[in-house]
Design a protein around this ligand. Structure first.
Ligand code: SAM
Length: 230
């Protein structure tokens, strides 16, 4: 059985696709999807030795050695262009996910859907998607085992009017999540606001222009979140 977090990711994978799961660790996600009969073929990518061997073991035990390729390498370097339809990158920070996407742009040619599951830093990913011609089509936020997770789903193609209004607020909070405003969303952003407020208090004696600028950025973020949570 998958975690609710990975189940949510799995639900956004269309049937019959070739999928690459980058940073796959035990390869639970591709194995689960193959078992469900949803994948034509899978790739599990891992950069680290330990998780790479866990993936090999899991795939072998599940009997999927023919259909799931376990490959060792950094980010998207484990796939070729036009090889896969869907890429999943889960359980990392938004910065790391974004740097993997940025470094692997060439290998993203032919990919139609990205399903990304950041623990923090969704804003960085949304900005990259927007800039690089991907449309955010769905978002989820959930709490599991005391941690809050986001899932971002993007399809290739320009996002048109998605960020036409209130772009900064939508990029920070998520255009769909800020409409839904579920409990996990409220909890995450209430905590973030508390942290920002503490940071502002610690910075209150700052005199340099740089500190003033940072204070303004945080103040704007607080205002953007307050408006949505109100
Ligand atoms: N994706 C699984 C999940 O969501 O349950 C595993 C998440 S685990 C916290 C993050 C995994 O990403 C680790 O196994 C780590 O080795 C791998 N990883 C980190 N940076 C990577 C990179 N640049 N390329 C491939 N894998 C990476």
């Amino acid at each position: 059985n998958l975690s609710q977090r990975l189940q949510t990711v799995a639900d956004f994978v269309p049937s019959g696709v070739v999928l690459a799961d980058i940073g796959s660790d035990h390869a639970y996600l591709p194995c689960y999807l193959m078992l469900q009969g949803k994948l034509a073929k899978g790739v599990a990518g891992e950069v680290n030795d330990g998780p790479y061997h866990s993936a090999l073991k899991e795939v072998k035990e599940a009997g999927f050695e023919e259909s799931i390729a376990v490959r060792k390498g950094d980010g998207l370097a484990v796939i070729r262009e036009n090889e896969v339809d869907v890429v999943t990158i889960c359980g990392m920070g938004g910065q790391l996910i974004t740097s993997i996407l940025e470094a692997g742009k060439d290998q993203l040619v032919g990919v139609s859907r990205l399903i990304l599951q950041p623990n923090v830093g969704g804003e960085t990913i949304r900005k990259w998607l927007h800039r690089e011609g991907w449309t955010l089509v769905a978002e989820r936020i959930m709490k599991e085992d005391g941690k809050i997770y986001e899932v971002l789903v993007a399809d290739f193609g320009q996002d048109g009017t998605l960020y036409e209004e209130n772009a900064a607020q939508k990029l920070l909070l998520g255009p769909y999540l800020m409409q839904e405003k579920n409990d996990a969303f409220r909890e995450k952003w209430t905590l973030e606001m508390e942290q920002w407020t503490r940071i502002l208090q610690q910075m209150k004696d700052g005199r340099s222009a740089e500190i003033e600028e940072r204070k303004q950025v945080i103040t704007k973020k607080i205002a953007a979140v307050q408006e949505v949570l109100a």
